[in-house]
Design a protein around this ligand. Structure first.
Ligand code: 7XF
Length: 406
């Protein structure tokens, strides 16, 4: 791609690929290979020493993986990237590379369930201290960060309650410390938010979500500067997790990235309309959506996100059973975890994605037991709203709901 000033959309389609090098093939080859043959022992030995760029073994990368990594690094505004077999593969490869026994990680209060579990039930066992801090206000971090802090970690918006971290302000606190500031950018994708441009050191993704975009793969990314990424690839992934992305998933994500901007625009516009609908509904007690003026972090979201994303969290009046009945009565909207797919999905975090938290922990980590999470898909927005509407009508007539508010 010759035009270095090309816009995001153009780079998402073209960056790093030259059809002329591959017989004019519009898409790059899928490298279904585990290993790469050397001309001789010397060439192999040099490859292992890093003295040539010959591919070695697919745990370390393949040509189409390099293309995908260069493309996502470019879109996120980072120097280099690593593609992994899952979002958890990305997150764990990064953490294993950055902390040692005796170190501290400061994490935001609300984390995706398995990230919480990895820190709380995993790294803790190896002598790493995990401190939770409300990163929606950088002063909280400034008060507790120390030389022992090696990572400051958060999601923005947070899964599932949509809390928003002031990325610039947090980066301002971590800047002259020993801590790397990692943001999980899964909910936004680089189309809506680029944390590295705001001062974050590392971005991680579950590419399973919007980046793949079609619910047909599990994958992840880490993006950062070249040195950090060398460490994460050649130690975190190579030796610690072995979380290698498959050849087919590389091809599928390259395809997903080509339509990312179009899909995200529609996810966002559908979600805005649905959030307004829910906000106006008499049976809904609370809606958490960055685009609503009533949302606590609306002005911060406006500052750091290009649009407000496709994720909504909300609570229904009544007891937990009311929410369960509501989900069970939906027809079009599927009851499933994961997010960022073309299909609209709904789930109950306390019993699904965040079931790694105990009841006490849910409270401490600001995850309401009544919360429902909606991943707004690409169906016609009127059809999605009609499905919500028919479920509300059935709920209104249901005994369980009446008991809940009595
Ligand atoms: O290993 P995965 O590709 O599933 O990614 C893990 C992950 C990392 N960060 C965030 C913000 C995530 O949301 C995820 C996965 N979350 C799914 C969900 O919340 O529905 C997982 C289904 S249990």
């Amino acid at each position: 791609m010759k035009n270095k000033n090309a816009k995001f959309q153009t780079r998402a389609i073209h960056y790093g690929y030259d059809t002329k090098q591959f017989h004019g093939s519009l898409n790059p080859p899928v490298y279904m290979t585990s290993t790469f043959a050397f001309d001789n022992v010397k060439q192999g030995a040099d490859a292992f020493e890093g003295e040539n760029n010959h591919y070695i073994y697919s745990r370390l990368g393949t040509p189409s993986q390099s293309l995908l990594e260069q493309r996502i690094a470019n879109l996120e505004g980072g120097e280099a990237a690593l593609a992994t077999a899952s979002g958890m593969g990305a997150i764990t490869s990064a953490f294993w590379s950055l902390v040692e026994p005796g170190d501290e990680i400061i994490a935001d209060v609300t984390l995706y369930g398995c990230t919480f579990s990895f820190l709380e039930h995993g790294l803790k066992k190896f002598g790493v201290t995990i401190t939770y801090c409300d990163l929606t206000n950088a002063v909280n971090l400034a008060n507790i960060i120390s030389d022992k802090t090696k990572v400051v970690y958060g999601e923005s918006p947070a899964n599932p309650n949509m809390r928003i971290i002031d990325i610039k302000a947090i980066a301002g606190v971590t800047k002259n410390t020993k801590a790397k500031f990692i943001i999980d950018n899964t909910y936004c994708t680089p189309y809506l938010q680029r944390p590295i441009e705001m001062g974050a050191d590392i971005v991680v993704h579950s590419a399973t979500k919007y980046l793949g975009g079609h619910g047909d793969l599990i994958a992840g990314f880490v993006i950062s500067d070249t040195d950090t990424m060398e460490n994460i690839r050649y130690f975190g992934l190579k030796d610690m997790t072995g979380s290698v992305i498959s050849a087919m998933d590389i091809a599928l994500i390259l395809r997903g990235l080509k339509t990312l901007h179009v899909r995200m625009d529609r996810h966002c516009s559908n979600a805005e309309k649905i959030a307004e609908y829910l906000d106006d509904h008499p049976l809904v007690s609370k809606v958490y959506f960055p685009g609503l003026k009533s949302f606590k972090y609306h002005s911060l979201a406006k500052k750091q996100m290009a649009k407000f994303g496709g994720m909504i969290a909300f609570e229904i009046k009544g007891e937990r059973q009311a929410g369960e009945d509501f989900v069970n009565a939906l027809n079009l909207i599927l009851c499933a975890v994961s997010l960022g797919d073309t299909e609209t999905l709904i789930q109950h975090p306390a019993s699904m994605t965040h079931s790694t938290y105990t009841e006490d922990e849910l409270k401490k980590h600001l995850i309401s037991p009544n919360l429902l999470r909606l991943s707004v898909g690409l169906e016609d927005v009127e059809d999605i709203i009609a499905d919500l509407q028919q479920s509300f009508v059935r709920l209104k007539n249901a005994k369980t709901y009446l008991k809940g508010i009595a």
